[in-house]
Design a protein around this ligand. Sequence first.
Ligand code: FCB
Length: 443
Amino acid sequence: MPDTPIPPFPANFSWGAATASYQIEGGWQADGKGESIWDRFSHTPGKIIDAATGDVSCDHYHRYQEDVGLMRQLGLKAYRFSISWPRVLPAGFGTVNPAGLDFYDRLVDALLEAGIDPYVTLHHWDLPQALFDKGGWLNRDAPAYFADYSALMAKYLGDRVRHWATFNEPNVIAGAGYGSGEHAPGIKGDRKSVCQVTHNLLVAHGTAIQALRGIDPSLQLGIVLTEWIAEPASDDPVDVAAADKAWYSQETTFIHPIFRGHYHPLTVAAMSEAYPEIKAGDMALIAQKLDFLGINSYSRSVVGAHGRVNPVPGSEYTEMGWEICPPAFRRILNRIHAEYDLPPIYITENGAAFRDEVSPDGRIHDERRTDYLRQHIGQLRLAMQDGVDVRGYFVWSLLDNFEWSQGFTKRFGVIRVDYETQKRTIKDSGAWYARLIATNQLD
Ligand code: FCB
């Protein structure tokens, strides 16, 4: 138990859960959907640890009503999901797939009917394969395609969906998609490609924000960034300098230009020869005013003079190999609040993968996940008391799902999914979360 007493949450705090289209929907070829880079990548042998694909996954495309029913049972006030771009625009632009639009239409109506506020993420990594074939995010035309797709969705759902995020974790698209190749499209690229993709994603974000404002200036617009605080291994000035360097050269690559209108000098230094091509007006386009900032945070990195310290002696780790360090959650929120002039924040993802076991009574006593959530939500509340304006929290994830290159080997859900039968079971952590939502106070 934390020593500091945790006050209740504000009455209108948005308690939610998050998912992403490719991770839960399945229906990969249903009703005219186009191929995404994740379809192509997961079907390529050797890319996914357990050779799994998202072809069916949680079959949410066909079972969304049951899933909304479960959300209602948990008492969720909000639900964050992403739209599969190739489901609505099979080629990424041009001809619309009406059945795809219809799916999101029905999902949004079911959520509203259940009293749950929909939060849309326009792009959570499943780029239409047809756009990748035109150069993907290395193509300077991609931002315009993204803005057109964003405007289409806002025209269609903007009367019912108030909160729109452009991208989920664009740094992961650049680093894992075009650098290490661990994610789709699986490019093992040089630094130059990673930096150009970074810049083009930022331009795409700004272009889409302008297009969305053009559709309806009252929409609440933002982006979802992942922030892991880089902390020094000791208070030795050499370690402190190394952690600072890691922070400004990596962790602030996206937040800095969005809120300051330029790349941090340490980011520029780290890009060095790989500095991207930047057109006149790009930086102002990137720094569009936002109504909220989504933060995904799961852990931290500890950095010393000789690089990343991993594992950190004495620390516990989740199944992802991520250090469990709840106080770092309060510190990261305070740090970005102190360094940038930010709009209201939503925690758009936080949660933990553990090896769950189904008890003979059919229940999942996932105490470690409950404990992880309790500690992190406690630290979040303290950060709010410190003065950080946080309006909502979305647990990752509503359901166990396809964890990218880790396939189905990692379970993050507060609801278990049996992938053989598609049976859903609310875990103990889910029941605990429902009590928190009902009382607005940590136990
Ligand atoms: C985040 C992703 C999300 C999920 C979690 C565990 O980086 O946004 O889709 O994979 O990690």
